[in-house]
Design a protein around this ligand. Structure first.
Ligand code: URA
Length: 205
């Protein structure tokens, strides 16, 4: 399973601001958006292009367009924190939602809402900022595959080694783009050192 960890200095700076317990929701959302731009750019760095002709103000020339549609699947609710970044870079992207809730006792995902645009032939980015046990992301990827997705990249902010192992085991062909691979999970399945509960920090709950 190809895993890309961002090395850009801006990504490290933004990640540190996200980790900081004193960063409150408005700033947290802004930093998540900016880091999302870097993550999405990396996740689409190998998308195929088609050659097109372009007319500049001076003359005709050669250009390129994205060769296939892009679909984002936001795993609710933390995935919403990366959605604006995706739409900033690819405004034509269609959006799906995978509504998975973590059972607080077992950490197993429970589905409560899902809706997907057509996925066959698309570059599908599954937005799941916190890859902890891997349960939610693995489930969301399975749902996209069941609906015809074959070209899938998972976009995460923080990944735990345990979560990466689960994705490797169940979805070895899926590419993962992450801002960092952290140390471990705590006994509540939170990533250490992590950044806490991404949904709570995004939305002030
Ligand atoms: N989800 C989060 O928001 N944070 C974690 O550390 C793990 C799962």
């Amino acid at each position: 399973m190809p895993v890309t960890e961002l090395t850009h200095p801006l990504a490290k700076d933004l990640l540190t601001s996200l980790r900081d317990r004193d960063t409150e929701s408005p700033r947290f959302r802004e930093y998540a958006h900016r880091l999302g731009l870097l993550l999405v750019a990396e996740a689409l760095s190998d998308i195929d292009l088609v050659d097109v002709k372009v007319q500049t103000p001076l003359e005709g020339g050669d250009g390129h367009e994205l060769g296939r549609p892009v679909v984002a699947v936001a795993v609710l609710r933390a995935g919403l924190g990366l959605l604006d970044a995706l739409l900033t870079l690819v405004p034509d992207a269609a959006i799906g939602f995978a509504g998975l809730q973590r059972d607080e006792e077992t950490a197993e995902p429970m589905e409560y809402y899902s809706k997907f645009p057509p996925l066959a032939g698309a570059r599908v980015l599954v937005l799941e900022p916190m890859l902890a046990t891997g349960g939610s992301l693995s489930w969301a990827i399975t749902m996209t595959k069941e609906r015809g997705a074959t070209d899938i990249t998972a976009v995460t902010v923080v990944s735990a080694p345990q979560g990466l192992e689960v994705i490797e085991r169940h979805h070895p062909e899926v590419r993962v783009v992450t801002a960092t691979i952290d140390d471990d999970l705590d006994h509540n399945f939170y990533i250490r050192p992590g950044l806490g509960d991404m949904g709570d920090r995004l939305f002030g709950t």
